[in-house]
Design a protein around this ligand. Structure first.
Ligand SMILES: [Zn+2]
Length: 512
């Protein structure tokens, strides 16, 4: 036999696609030709595969070898095809029986010495293979646990080409899949760690319940970052589909923890303001890496010290925030990653960022205005909750009061509020209050009684509130009502929502 075909999997964006690796060996000048849209990494596969085969003690067929990757129209990137190419080539040369790996998807990068190295993106690849009806996969040992996250598949792993060849010849077994781990205990920062900041905590709860973007302005030490870091702890756990998506993105980025398991807690990303555009949005050579924006998919993206971000960077976030996806232009077609995130922006009130607050600030009024003006415009326009935070007073820290509520308690209220919103909007295709277009809230049956919005209409008439701001407050009012278990917002809910929007509450009054 001088022809063989082995199954492999390629990745385009977050989607895996089955790829057939064909090898044909014919008489002629010895050479190895790769066809089927290979990118640079794939071209290097030629040298890796040759060295790996020879160094694994196999005979290199001295013939004219053509390796073709099908379908030809699919862009192929990365080094995950090495192992399949080596198998197809050896089988085509008659060195290996093909039957044991018929219908088995084979994945892995080869080192020159014949070791099999892990590759990025195994989870989405294996998930796609399973969806396409493949029942068995062979993956690098380092990716085995990740691959076992996909149900209904037999996962075998290898550490070297030598071992795989011996297995196909029936001379030895492959490595066992890793043992199951006990269910994870959710750990991470908890709201119980935060003393004081009742207003900030409440704003965070509303943000979680309604899915609202949020901005916080306050001096260093006000706890802006601490609050933002705890937003994932009060959001609902990811469902199966979202967990797979989020974990797949981490797999593609190569940042999946080694004990790889499905990620259930909504992710949290806080890129530094000096981060490159590629780090934020995604990019890089080979398989484009998802940026912080996509790694925060279904979770929280914190832009800490937001005015310090370059203007171009903030602008680049606009389009993905609207569409919920990032499109990266690549030489061989675009790569698309999901990016449905909840944004939290944090900023100091002025460039000097004096921790003692306003008292010692030397900044001129102009400098302060200019500093915060970077937050205005289209990006801030999308942010429903905009609050100012004061530093935590010594008295709040020192006076033993009731212990702060833990995240689990808040998360339960958030879950109830979300369920109420989902039941109300389900027929319209929305799940969260933040998704409801403003005009809908001003139309029957959702329009509020005039007495409930009286205070807003006064502001509107005076010009201290924009029409857009009006809609945002209505949206927040529904979340406030959902959290309190009311069917629709009343006047006090609207006023509370206005505080969350206009940010002029110094401290949230005790709710009655
Ligand atoms: Zn200052």
């Amino acid at each position: 036999m001088s022809y063989a075909r082995v199954l492999c999997i390629g990745l385009v964006g977050v989607e895996g696609h089955l790829v057939e690796v064909e090898a044909d060996l014919s008489l002629g000048l010895p050479a190895l030709v790769l066809t089927g849209l290979p990118d640079a990494a794939l071209n290097e596969a030629r040298d890796r595969v040759r060295a790996a085969i020879v160094n694994s003690g196999q005979r290199w067929p001295n013939r004219r070898i053509t390796v073709n990757l099908l379908p030809a129209t699919l862009p192929k990137q990365g080094s995950g095809f090495d192992l399949a190419i080596a198998c197809a080539l050896l089988a085509g040369a008659g060195e290996l029986p093909l039957a044991p790996i018929q219908g088995v998807a084979v994945l892995g990068e080869l080192g020159l010495d014949g070791t099999v190295r892990p590759v990025r993106g195994v989870l989405p690849m294996v998930a796609a293979a399973a969806a396409a009806g493949v029942t068995q996969v062979v993956v690098p040992q380092g990716n085995a646990r990740e691959a076992t996250m996909v149900p209904g598949l037999t996962v075998r792993s290898v550490d070297s080409l030598h071992r795989l060849v011996a297995f196909i010849r029936g001379e030895s077994e492959l490595l066992d899949p890793p043992p199951d781990l006990p269910d994870p205990v959710m750990t991470g920062p908890d709201l119980a760690d935060i003393a004081g900041q009742d207003f900030g905590r409440y704003a965070l709860e509303v943000a979680a319940a309604g899915g609202h973007h949020m901005s916080m302005i306050g001096p260093p030490g006000a706890g802006k970052t601490m609050l933002a870091e705890r937003l994932p702890s009060i959001l609902p756990e990811l469902d199966d589909a979202s967990a797979l998506e989020v974990t797949a993105l981490q797999s593609i980025a190569g940042v999946l923890p080694p004990d790889g398991r499905l990620i259930r807690r909504p992710p949290f990303q806080a890129p530094h303001h000096s981060a490159s555009l590629a780090a934020l949005i995604g990019g890089g050579s080979g398989i484009a890496r998802p940026g912080a924006l996509s790694l925060a998919h279904r979770g929280v993206l914190l832009l800490d010290e937001a005015p310090e971000f370059a203007n171009a960077t903030l602008q680049a976030l606009r389009q993905p925030l609207e569409s919920g996806r990032v499109i990266l232009g690549r030489a061989r077609g675009n790569t698309e990653y999901p990016a449905r995130v909840q944004v939290v922006m944090a900023a100091n009130p002025c460039p000097c960022a004096n921790p003692a607050g306003d008292q010692y600030c030397q900044c001129s009024a102009l400098a302060r205005r200019r500093y915060l003006s970077k937050l205005s415009g289209p990006l801030l326009d999308r942010i429903d909750i905009q609050i100012k935070l004061q530093p935590v007073r010594a008295i709040e820290l020192m006076t033993p009061s009731a212990p702060a509520e833990p995240s689990a308690t808040v998360a339960a209220r958030v879950a109830d509020a979300r369920a109420a919103a989902a039941a109300r909007w389900g027929a319209y295709g929305w799940r969260l209050n933040a998704e409801v277009p403003g005009p809908e809230l001003r139309r029957p049956p959702w329009r509020l009684a005039p007495k409930n919005t009286a205070s807003l209409r006064v502001r509107l008439d005076r010009g201290t509130l924009s029409a857009r701001g009006f809609d945002r407050i209505l949206r927040l009012a529904w979340t406030v009502a959902d959290l309190d278990g009311r069917d629709s917002p009343r006047g006090s809910d609207v006023n509370e929502a206005a505080q969350l929007r206009l940010g002029d509450a110094h401290d949230r009054q005790a709710r009655s």
